[in-house]
Design a protein around this ligand. Sequence first.
Ligand code: ISE
Length: 337
Amino acid sequence: MTTDLRIGVVGAGLMGADHIARITHRISGAVVSAIVEPDAGRAAAAAEKAPGAATFSRVEDAIEAEALDAVLIATPGQFHAPVLVPALEAGLPILCEKPLTPDSATSREIIELEQKLDRPHIQIGFMRRFDPEYAALRELIESGDAGNLVMVRGVHRNPSVPDSYTQKMLITDSVVHEFDVIPWLAGSAVKSVEIKFPRRNALTPEHLREPILVIMELENGVLVDVEMNVSVQFGYQVATEAVFEKGIARIGQPSGLQQWRDGRFVVNDHMSFTTRFAEAYDRQIQRWVNAVRDGRLVDGPNAWDGYLVALACEAGVSALEGGIVPVEAAERPAFYA
Ligand code: ISE
């Protein structure tokens, strides 16, 4: 492909607007040619940031108008399937923000539809896989230099969440990332999930019971615990400590300018995933654009990975009610090798 890839971005909320700015200013070989957003105000605000982009309220209209070569889906998860189906039927390459869909039954329908095509067309936006520190940790685990991996301890902290954030979303919107990245790091699937509730944070919104401690056992015996905490107020933190036979490794520590002033030691930290993972998002989108342009279509987690995560999320949602919940195992089809 010699001309720029024409991307239609579906959903112009926080993540969609962030991707529109990214594609317009930092990604090479691609332009935003269409913005699909039913909210007219949001659509107009997004279009101002993407010179030349046409706006549509339905993806079907953008496809019909031949206004795009590829689709980037950045709507909330429950609206993914109604975009994935017409995009797959039109044979378009797709970058779909996580989750693939909110439950495994609809995810299965999507992968069955995708398998009617000649090869995978959907990449899932699990951006942590493109973060340089996560990649370095994975290399260390694979190399065996520190011995076998024994345990993983993680924290996933958000300053606060919007009113629309529900109890189930602790799993399907937030822990969903750990359900993808931990098996990718450790080279082993999630076997079971258990959730413990510590004392409630008084600053947690009324309708939520959190923080939660998520305990996962992997098929290879590695134990993982993740503090999922969405009311920490002070900032956005995603950090991991990996415990090996011969050492410890940490990623996700605050970095950058350090200041000693007025009797204080200060390092700036992030307030949002959009800055914490900015480099990961840039790499993810650039690699996807390159893959679409050279015909590979996917360079990263595919829809099968999205389906496995949907199975783990189902176990996680059930574990919110108590017990150690096994994750349904599934054999990767050759199509997704
Ligand atoms: C949000 O949707 C994300 O994907 C962030 O990475 C995560 O940290 C946050 O908890 C989610 O709500």
